[in-house]
Write a protein that binds this ligand. Structure first.
Ligand code: ADP
Ligand code: MG
Length: 694
């Protein structure tokens, strides 16, 4: 539908095949690509400074005539300085360019020039050092200087200056009317400027616009651009949500008093009010004809597992099967153990299926699942992707999945299955991200923790205090508690890291804690060995577990009351929070010691400081997002974090909120225009770099 904006950049003057190739490498192919890459910074050069008012330390623009020009050779290594004077009337200031002798052929006496840069003072006097310049006789003279100047990210051999020129050219050639996907009445209501005006104003703002506002992306043209991007993103989500809400699931469970009693019977404790609320929301969803797609969010230790198990009972009592998936085999084994124990008095059969289940056993389990004699199957996230045929799959529980089951859901749908899906996470969704992929999910929160939990005392300590820390561990062990010592595993250096973890385990066993049992756990170990170690630790036969981050999620050993994280400076904030959640699960006061080794970065310092000052998972997630940026937050694009051209999820959160509201309303009212629908179906996924979700 859009002709001019789809024009390849080659068609602009000055963009030959080589430049075009360079631009392409930077992702710029069409005029639209070019115009939607906004400046990342603006500088005000609209105010020319009188030369007499220049002072050292200023950043200033002056307009003048080149007075004299000569090349000076100075210094031991014979640096060549080109030092013309620039002035008006009798006032003049020297400019110094180091090693740019060619400038003497450009900046010739009597030419008019704008100079922009830093005013320096040294033993040779006051001068501009390596300033930017613009000859006033040059074509497009106003592009670079004498105005508010846009700065673009560097793209290959295309200089910022060059980019300004081609942007200017493209804007000048824009047709008077360009199509706009934003509905007219919405634009009027939200006072969004016209698309053309927005493009012009975002690249070449008028001289009376405040540079600070531009740099904060608060001007109306910029905000219109960001709104447009966010709205188009949200329209895709709203539409997809709308489309899936029309689907029906094959089996719809019912709940009666008998089922309620059956669920109550397995409960080993009284639910917290947060857990009760979550169970109600989940079961209400299950009774609806549309498949549930719900996220259960509760901080580490909040007790999500039992909530999912109660939902499972509802499914199983209705003759439906449940797939219960965990991110690691350790966690799957732990869930299996707990669930099997809780269901031991029931008539339901529970099985475990992981990568290391022996072939014959696997075969038997498969056939039980297929015949429906297995009611609940626990496994890793690969469970639904495997060639398992379910008899009557009613509920899928996906534990601790940061990518929020996008892939699993796609895999299920690819098999024609439309079960209820319950995702669980301890990582709270920062508000910004809640409006992206998660906007398609319903969310239940468990805001409280089971009674009696004490906050974990957290310390940040340098390596040099190791002895004190061993003393603290010893006190805990002597009191009958257990300890975790966590080692980082950095990709590429696994061997070295593993070696240090192994040596540490040996050292602790033989030199430091000979009276206690120390064991090692890491991801490279065989599954049955891992299981044995975890089992022994859970049973209290191992006192100190030296481990890599395989214990990060979900592992539950309430008697462990102290954790030492080695090289804490290498861990991400959310990861540290997850790790810390392994202690403080019992009735005792617990400790978490974050050991760091200098040198550490400012970011690392900030992370550890955040850990020491708060135990609130939500605060930590927000801080993590700030420190890392949304792209990295959950690691991958698949997390639903869009590829953005103009907006910033953190900076422009208010705009995202507005876009979210508008998009939902429009879709719910059935007001999607043909153009918007076409965008969603043909360009949405590619533009935002998101994967197919089926
Ligand atoms: P998470 O939300 O991190 O997955 P779990 O489900 O593993 O938490 O529960 C953490 C611990 O708290 C488990 O030992 C569990 O048995 C216990 N627990 C859960 N809910 C309650 C409750 N309402 N009262 C007492 N203990 C509970
Ligand atoms: Mg858990």
């Amino acid at each position: 539908m859009n002709d001019f904006l789809d024009t390849p950049l080659q068609f602009l003057k000055g963009v030959g095949p080589r430049k075009a190739a360079d631009l392409k490498r930077a992702g710029l192919v069409t005029i639209e690509d070019l115009l939607y890459r906004l400046p990342f910074r603006y500088e005000d050069r609209s105010h020319m400074q009188p030369i007499a008012s220049l002072r050292p330390g200023m950043r200033a623009a002056v307009l003048g005539e080149i007075k004299s020009a000569h090349l000076a050779v100075t210094g031991l290594r014979g640096s060549r300085f080109f030092q013309p004077g620039v002035g008006v009337g009798s006032g003049a200031i020297r400019c110094t360019w180091m090693n740019q002798a060619f400038l003497q052929d450009i900046l010739k006496p009597h030419l008019s020039v704008v100079i922009f840069g830093d005013v320096k003072l040294d033993s040779t006097g006051m001068h501009f050092m390596n300033p930017e310049y613009e000859l006033m006789s040059e074509e497009l003279e106003s592009v670079r200087t004498a105005r508010i100047v846009p700065f673009y990210e560097k793209t290959g051999t295309v200089t910022p200056n060059m980019q300004r020129r081609i942007v200017r050219q493209a804007l000048d050639q824009l047709p008077a009317e360009i199509p706009d996907l934003l509905p007219l009445d919405m634009r009027a209501r939200l006072e969004l400027v016209d698309r053309r005006v927005a493009l012009e104003g975002a690249h070449f703002p008028a001289n009376d616009v405040k540079v600070d506002e531009l740099n904060a992306c608060r001007t109306r043209p910029q905000r219109r651009m960001v709104f447009e991007e966010f709205f188009l993103f949200q329209i895709g989500h709203a539409w997809r949500r709308h489309a899936t809400s029309m689907e029906l699931k094959p089996y719809v469970p019912k709940v009666d008093d008998r089922i309620r009693a059956s669920a109550a019977k397995i409960l080993p404790f009284k639910l917290t009010s947060g857990q009760r609320g979550a169970v109600k929301e989940i079961v209400d969803d299950m009774l609806r004809p549309q498949p549930m797609h719900r996220l259960l969010q509760g901080d580490v230790g909040a007790g999500k597992t039992i909530v999912a198990l109660l939902a499972s009972i509802v499914a199983m009592e209705n003759g439906l099967q449940v797939a219960f998936m965990a991110p690691t085999e350790i966690l799957a084994a732990q869930h299996f153990g707990n669930i099997a124990r809780l269901l031991s008095q029931s008539r339901f059969r529970v099985d475990l299926l992981t990568g290391s289940t022996p072939g014959l056993k696997k075969h038997t389990v498969h056939s039980h699942i297929e015949r429906g004699t297995t009611n609940l199957i626990v496994g890793t996230h690969a469970l639904v992707q495997e060639s398992i045929k379910f008899h009557k799959l009613g509920l899928v529980v996906i534990d601790e999945q940061h990518r929020f089951g996008v892939e699993q859901r796609a895999a299920l749908r690819a098999k024609g299955l439309r079960p209820d899906v319950l995702l669980m996470t301890a990582t709270p969704i920062p508000r910004t991200l809640a409006l992206t992929d998660y906007s398609e999910l319903d969310v239940s929160k468990i805001p409280d923790l089971p009674p009696g939990r004490k906050p974990v005392r957290t310390w940040v300590k340098p390596e040099s205090r190791r002895d004190e820390i061993y003393q603290l561990i010893r006190e805990q062990l002597d009191a009958g508690r257990q300890a975790y010592i966590i080692y980082p595993l950095i990709e590429g250096s696994e061997k070295i890291d593993l070696k240090s973890a192994t040596e540490m385990a040996d050292h602790l066993q033989t030199e430091i804690f000979p009276a206690y049992r120390v064991a090692l756990l890491h991801g490279r170990m065989k599954q049955d060995v891992k299981d044995r170690v975890m089992h022994a630790f859970a049973a209290g036969q191992i006192h100190i577990l030296v481990s890599t981050t395989v214990v990060e999620v979900g592992v539950d050993v309430p008697n462990a009351s102290i954790m030492v994280v080695e090289h804490a400076e290498r861990f991400g904030l959310s990861q540290l929070h997850q790790l810390r959640g392994r202690v403080g699960r019992g009735e005792w006061e617990s400790h978490c010691i974050l050991l760091y080794q200098a040198p550490w970065t400012d970011d690392a310092r900030e992370r550890l400081k955040a850990m020491a000052t708060t135990s609130d998972g939500f605060v930590i997630a927000e801080r993590d997002l700030e420190l890392r940026g949304p792209g990295d937050f959950f690691g991958t694009r698949q997390s639903g974090v869009p590829k953005l051209r103009t907006g910033d999820l953190v900076r422009d959160r208010d705009i995202m909120e507005a876009a979210h509201r508008e998009a939902r309303t429009l879709v719910d009212q059935g007001g999607l225009s043909g153009d918007l629908l076409q965008f969603v179906q043909q360009r949405w996924q590619e533009q935002f770099g998101l994967i197919e979700v089926g």
